[in-house]
Design a protein around this ligand. Structure first.
Ligand code: AMP
Length: 370
């Protein structure tokens, strides 16, 4: 899940090593099928291809040869300009089936030069196989015979690919991100267990937990202006007005500017809070990674809240009519946020019934994919 830093830039996990293994395996199987009656010569284009070629070759089921080349560019004379030369090609490829192995093809500029050099040798056939391909930026007419995975035009590192020489040793692919934080909205009706789970998850992922309900209660206890204002709403189980809550939330985030990210618990509770949160985070180059909802039926929740009211002393947990009003607020104003985040592909539901640690595991499994 974690974002990494290489030089001055941040990268987040993108393509797992398991997924890469599936891609290399299927490319090897397909190419072997097409080269049934011959021994192909695979030519890896250094540096980026070394991990891919190594894994690919191990999956290749029949005889094959492997070699590597590198395109070196240097300044020639004034009239020749920049000269490109292939370094490392010693084999006689006359009459052979040659398959170029690339880790990634984007514009195709380098590949075109390499392709032309091989075309000039008297090979029987020349093919190109690439693990990753960026179709939207590819500018050449070259035939790409085998593609592991087409990806959007995003800068990626890992599995041999580098950013200014770093990142080649990562065993999976990461993509560049301006986002440095992991921000999670923990969602669910009153009593779903958001506070309990947030406490466990904040330690596990080193995140700051902001519970708007807790901040309000702290202010009420200390009889601040904010507390006095919020109390009248909270006592009835009504929502505190949006602008008051949004300002308070922003102040809490600003207090923790160095955080790895936040678990928002009890916020947002209305569409306008969700919109304000998106706008506020985007000013910082950040975003919500996902809304994780604890799903629990209402009947179970009333019981849970009345039980909690006996120990916590929370007056809004002790009176069934206040509890019902909070559900009403939730169902009429908050539940629609499921759609808000679903539209952004950021909604993840989890069963909130069962053993506390089991539920933490369910939530962690979701967080690990964000
Ligand atoms: P909670 O501890 O999350 O159950 O919140 C307790 C009460 O605090 C709610 O019933 C509301 O009155 C108030 N509150 C907490 N978060 C918000 C919010 N995001 N918007 C408005 N009111 C809130």
């Amino acid at each position: 899940m974690s974002t990494i830093k290489l030089h001055d830039k941040y990268f987040k996990p993108y393509i797992s090593k398991d997924k890469i293994a599936v891609l290399t395996q299927s490319m090897a199987t397909q190419i072997a099928e097409d080269c049934k009656d011959e021994i192909p010569v695979f030519i890896g284009i250094l540096n980026g291809c070394f991990m891919f070629v190594s894994d690919f070759i191990r999956q290749y089921p029949t005889d094959c040869e492997v070699s590597f080349v590198k395109l070196a560019s240097y300044e020639g004379t004034k009239s020749t300009g920049t000269v490109s030369e292939l370094v490392g090609i010693n084999e006689d490829l006359t009459g052979r089936t040659v398959i170029i192995l690339e880790d990634i093809i984007d514009t195709g500029g380098t590949l075109q030069k390499i392709y032309d050099i091989f075309k000039n040798q008297k090979v029987k056939s020349l093919k190109i196989a690439t693990l990753f391909f960026k179709p939207t930026v590819f500018k050449k007419e070259l035939p790409i015979d085998y593609i592991g995975l087409s990806i959007p035009d995003e800068f990626i590192v890992g599995y041999g690919l580098d950013y200014n020489n770093l990142g080649r040793n990562l065993d999976s692919i990461y993509k560049i991100t301006t986002q440095q934080m992991t921000n999670i909205v923990l969602f669910g009706p009153p009593g779903a267990g958001k506070g309990t789970q947030a406490e466990l998850l904040k330690n596990k992922y080193n995140l700051v937990h902001i519970s708007t309900g807790d901040v309000f209660r702290f202010n009420i206890k200390n009889q601040t202006e904010l507390g006095i204002l919020a109390k009248s709403y909270m006592d009835h189980g009504d929502l505190v007005p949006d602008q008051v809550t949004i300002n308070m939330l922003k102040a809490e985030v600003e207090k923790n500017a160095d955080a790895n990210g936040f678990i928002f618990d009890g916020f947002p509770r209305t569409t306008s809070q969700a919109e304000a949160l998106d706008a506020f985070l985007s000013e910082k180059g950040e975003t919500i990674n996902g809304m994780i909802a604890l799903e629990v039926s209402e009947d179970l929740l009333v019981e849970r809240l009345l039980e909690r009211g006996k120990v916590s002393g929370r007056t809004d947990d002790q009176d069934e009519s206040k509890i019902r009003n909070r559900f009403n607020e939730y169902n009429t104003k908050t539940a629609i946020l499921k759609d808000f985040y679903t539209e952004q592909n950021k909604y993840f539901g989890a069963d909130g019934v069962g053993d506390i640690n089991e539920i933490t595991k369910r939530l962690s499994a979701i967080i690990d994919t964000l």
